[in-house]
Write a protein that binds this ligand. Structure first.
Ligand code: PHE
Length: 449
C-alpha cells in the first residue's frame, strides 16, 4: 500500500469538505432548480431535506470514513467485517465511485461553461447587454461543440492535475481564501440586485411558502439536490473523513458546512431572481439560467466587467474544488489496492471522464436528439440518474449500515456526541432519513411503471 495523505488540522478538513460541497450545485444548479420546480415549494422542501436528511447523513458518511481510515470500498469492507456483516457492503463504495465518475462527466462541461464566461467577461462583451443578447450568447455557446469541448478539456486538466498530486497536498491552501472571497463577491452581487432588481418579487417567489404548491416531483428533485449540494451518498465526504484525525467534532463541522452551503445557494438564488423578475425573464429557463441572467447585471453595473471576471473565476474555483472530490474516492481506491501510481491512475480515469464529457458537450447540439433512458438526453440522463437515484440510494444504504449493522458502541465512540445530540442523530439517521428516501423512491417507481 502506498502512503495515505492526512489533513494538517481540523480547519483544512473543514475547508476541503466545504470546498467539495460548495460548487456548481449552489451557484448554477440550485437557482435553476428553484425556477423549474415552482419556486418556494421547492425551497421549503430543500431546506427540510438539508436539515433532516442531509446533516445527519453527512455526519454518518464522515464518521464511516474516519472510523475506517480507508477509501470507501475498503472502508465499507472493513467496517462490515468489524460488525460481523457481509462484505458485500464494499460494493456500496464501488457504486459511489461510479456515481462520482458519472457526475464529473457533466460537471466538467458546466465547469467549462464557467471558464468560457471568464474569457468572455475579460473582453467586455457584457457591456450594456440586453436580456435577448445575453440569451443568444449562451445559445451560441451551446451550439458550438468545439468551444464546449475545449473548455471542458481545460477543466479536466485542471482537476486531474490536482488529483494527481494528492488532495491533501493540493488545494488545501487555496480554499482558505476562495470560500470567503466567494461569499464577499456574492454580497456585492446581492447588493446590486437589491438596488436595481426586483428583490421583493424574488423574495416572494422563493420564500412565501405555500404548502399546496408542493408536488411530488419537486420533493424528489429537492431531496436529490440536497445530496448533490452537500456531496453526499457517493463517498466524497467519506474519503475526506478518512484523512481526518480522531479529535475533531464531526457534528459541529457538518453543521457549519451545511449551513454555509445552503445559505450560499439561497443568496445566489435571490440575486438571480430579482434580476429575472426585473427584466421579465422566465424563471424556468433551466440550466442556462445564471449564464443568461448574470451578464445582464454585470453589463449594467459600474466596474461590471471586472466584477464579472472575478465572479466567474471564483465560481470556477468552487467548481474545481468540488470536481476533485468527485474522483478522489476512485483514485484513493486504486492507490490503496494496487501498485498503479497515483499519476497513472489519474491519467487513465481522466481520459475516460473526458470522453464522457465530450458526449455531454455534443448533447447540447449535434446529439440533441440522442436519448438514453425515458426520453432523456445524455446530459439529463447523467444528471437525473446520479442526483435523484444514485446519491439518495447511496445515502440510504449508509444510513441502514450505520443504524442497523454497525455496533452501537462503535458509533458512539466515533461520533462522540452528548446524549441528546446522539439521540437526535439516531432518530434522523435510523428513521427520518431512510423513510423519507424510501418514500421518494416508491413514488419514483410509481412514475416509471
Ligand atoms: N456538492 C458539489 C456542488 O454542489 C457537487 C458534488 C456532488 C461534489 C457530489 C461531490 C460529490 O457543486
Amino acid at each position: 500500500m502506498q502512503h495515505r495523505g492526512a489533513w494538517k488540522n481540523r480547519w483544512t478538513f473543514m475547508l476541503a469538505t466545504a470546498g467539495s460541497a460548495i460548487g456548481l450545485g449552489n451557484i448554477w444548479k440550485l437557482p435553476y432548480m428553484i425556477g423549474v420546480n415552482g419556486g418556494s415549494a421547492f425551497v421549503l422542501v430543500f431546506i427540510a431535506c438539508i436539515f433532516f436528511v442531509g446533516i445527519p447523513l453527512m455526519m454518518t458518511e464522515i464518521m464511516l470514513g474516519r472510523r475506517a481510515q480507508k477509501n470507501p470500498f475498503n472502508a465499507m469492507q472493513q467496517l462490515a467485517l468489524e460488525a460481523n456483516a457481509s462484505t458485500y457492503w464494499k460494493y456500496l463504495g464501488a457504486a459511489g465511485m461510479l456515481a462520482g465518475v458519472l457526475i464529473l462527466g457533466f460537471y466538467s462541461v458546466i465547469g467549462g461553461w464557467v471558464l468560457s464566461y471568464i474569457a468572455v467577461s475579460t473582453q467586455g462583451t457584457f457591456h450594456n447587454i440586453s436580456a435577448t443578447q445575453s440569451a443568444q450568447n449562451f445559445e451560441a455557446l451551446l451550439n458550438s461543440p468545439i468551444t464546449l469541448i475545449f473548455w471542458h478539456s481545460l477543466f479536466m486538466v485542471m482537476t486531474m492535475s490536482v488529483v494527481a498530486r494528492g488532495v491533501s497536498a493540493g488545494l488545501e491552501k487555496a480554499n482558505n481564501i476562495l470560500i470567503p472571497a466567494l461569499f464577499a463577491i456574492l454580497l456585492i452581487l446581492l447588493g446590486y440586485s437589491m438596488s436595481v432588481g426586483d428583490m421583493h418579487a424574488a423574495y416572494q417567489f422563493m420564500f412565501t411558502f405555500d404548502f399546496t404548491k408542493i408536488t411530488p416531483v419537486a420533493v424528489l428533485s429537492a431531496l436529490g439536490h440536497a445530496f448533490f449540494s452537500l456531496s453526499l451518498g457517493m463517498g466524497a465526504v467519506m474519503v475526506y473523513g478518512s484523512y481526518l484525525q480522531r479529535n475533531v467534532s464531526i457534528a459541529k463541522t457538518t453543521i457549519y458546512i451545511a449551513i454555509a452551503d445552503t445559505m450560499l445557494g439561497l443568496l445566489v438564488g435571490l440575486a438571480i431572481y430579482s434580476l429575472v423578475f426585473a427584466n421579465h425573464l422566465a424563471p424556468n429557463a433551466g440550466p442556462g439560467l445564471i449564464f443568461q441572467t448574470l451578464p445582464i447585471a454585470f453589463g449594467h453595473m459600474p466596474g461590471g466587467s471586472f466584477i464579472a471576471v472575478l465572479f466567474f473565476t471564483l465560481v470556477a474555483f468552487a467548481a474545481w474544488t468540488s470536481a476533485i472530490s468527485l474522483v478522489e474516492p476512485t483514485i484513493a481506491w486504486v492507490v490503496e489496492n494496487t501498485q498503479v501510481k497515483r499519476t497513472h491512475a489519474t491519467l487513465v480515469l481522466g481520459i475516460a471522464i473526458w470522453l464522457l464529457g465530450i458526449a455531454v458537450s455534443l448533447s447540447f447540439s449535434t446529439w440533441k436528439t440522442v436519448t438514453i433512458i425515458f426520453g432523456l438526453g445524455i446530459f439529463d440522463t447523467l444528471d437525473k440518474l446520479t442526483s435523484t437515484i444514485m446519491l439518495p440510494l447511496g445515502g440510504l444504504m449508509m444510513a441502514i449500515f450505520s443504524g442497523y449493522v454497525m455496533k452501537k458502541n462503535h458509533l458512539q465512540d466515533e461520533l462522540n456526541l452528548k446524549r441528546k445530540a446522539y439521540q437526535i442523530w439516531t432518530v434522523t439517521n435510523n428513521y427520518v432519513a431512510p423513510i423519507a428516501i424510501f418514500a421518494v423512491f416508491i413514488y419514483l417507481l410509481g412514475l416509471v411503471s
